[in-house]
Design a protein around this ligand. Structure first.
Ligand code: KG4
Ligand code: ZN
Length: 337
């Protein structure tokens, strides 16, 4: 079965061709990040215009790389949400048009669940149920997945997403956008205790997260610093390391606790923040002690990509899901299933 995946929820336009929901034949990704960088964040209008310009070239390239013709496509899977509404509409419209023209079934896919489902593309032995930690610029969620259709949110952020906190702290430190990779790079090998930030919510039993307090703490640390507007690189590095340590510790401890409480021995980490090197290191150390297997999909599958959409779309189709030309985008995470 050949599935064409389309992803346009944020700043990446991606089209992929996946065979039988497991084998990636092509996964073309175009990012409009460079156009957003000067503004210090994603500008929705720029993102949707870029999707309009690039979705068809990405489609052509994906088919070419996969050595497939439009008539070879058996299923079209498209990101339905959550994401930027204007951006989502571009991908959904492309999916609908292809589905109608090729008389091919269409399936709408959730972007956050797809980030976790992406692990099936690299881990051939992965089986349900497992716990997923989705950490991106827009989401921080701990989700129990029992099948492609059946999942339950166990914990989520009450305010900023983890990636959002990385981006905002990077801004406070005068670093570029996106902030996660910058902080990751600066914090390497630094003393994490010179600037210590309180770990929010760790002492409570609540499965939810909160990252806006850490961000504010970093803000006041900089505000009260004698050098304030001209922080030395040494201090920036130490603050970045202290902040990163706090965020990672909360993510690791809370999700491993959720795995334990739910009797799950496998944890998949997905979304942009899962690229963080300290998070990976901390998870690997802590999970060994707890006997939990932690899976990080390869980097290319951690960022926004259409292969994960095609993979989950194929599974949903096999479980009976069918959508029509009335498929609608949703900007916020859809909790009911
Ligand atoms: O999943 P993603 O590509 O897009 C969505 O938000 O859906 O995630 C982007 C987020 C940004 O906030 C970025 O700063 C963060 O992932 N990120 C990182 C790293 N690489 C990307 N955060 C921490 N460390 C990194 N190495
Ligand atoms: Zn994402």
């Amino acid at each position: 079965m050949i599935t064409l995946g389309i992803e346009t929820s944020c700043d990446e336009t991606s089209v992929a061709v996946v065979q039988n929901g497991r084998k990636i034949l092509s996964n073309v990704i175009y990012s409009s990040l460079a156009q957003h960088r000067p503004y210090g964040g994603i500008i929705p209008e720029i993102a949707s215009r870029s999707h309009l310009e690039t979705v068809l070239p990405c489609l052509e390239e994906a088919l070419k790389k996969a050595k497939k013709k439009p008539k070879d496509i058996d299923l079209i899977a498209v990101t339905q949400g959550p994401g930027l509404l204007g951006s989502l509409l571009v991908g959904i419209s492309a999916g609908k048009a292809l589905s109608l023209a090729l008389e091919t079934p269409l399936v709408g896919v959730d972007h956050v669940i797809a980030h976790l489902y992406a692990a099936f593309l690299s881990e051939k032995k992965l089986k349900f149920p497992f716990l997923g930690l989705a950490v991106s610029g827009g989401h921080t969620m701990v989700i129990r997945l029992d099948s492609a259709r059946k999942w339950r949110v166990l914990g989520k952020t009450l305010d900023d997403a983890a990636g959002e906190a990385f981006d905002k702290v990077a801004k406070i430190l005068g670093l570029g956008y996106p902030g996660g990779p910058e902080i990751d790079r600066l914090a390497k090998g630094e003393d994490t205790n010179r600037f210590f930030f309180t770990r929010p919510y760790l002492s409570q039993e609540s499965p939810d997260f909160s990252f806006s307090g850490i961000k504010t703490a970093v803000y006041y640390t900089v505000e009260r610093h004698p050098a304030k507007s001209s922080l030395s690189l040494k201090d920036k590095k130490a603050i970045a390391a202290g902040f990163q340590e706090a965020v990672c510790e909360v993510l690791v401890k809370k999700s491993l606790r959720a795995a334990h409480d739910n009797g799950l021995d496998t944890l998949v980490v997905g979304g942009g923040v899962s690229a963080n090197s300290r998070l990976r290191q901390m998870f690997l150390e802590a999970s060994k002690k707890q006997g939990v297997r932690v899976i990080f999909p390869p980097m290319i599958l951690c960022q926004d990509n259409a292969a994960m959409i095609a993979a989950l779309g194929t599974a949903l189709y096999r479980e009976g899901r069918r959508d029509t030309a009335s498929l609608e985008a949703y900007p916020e995470f859809f909790h009911g299933n």
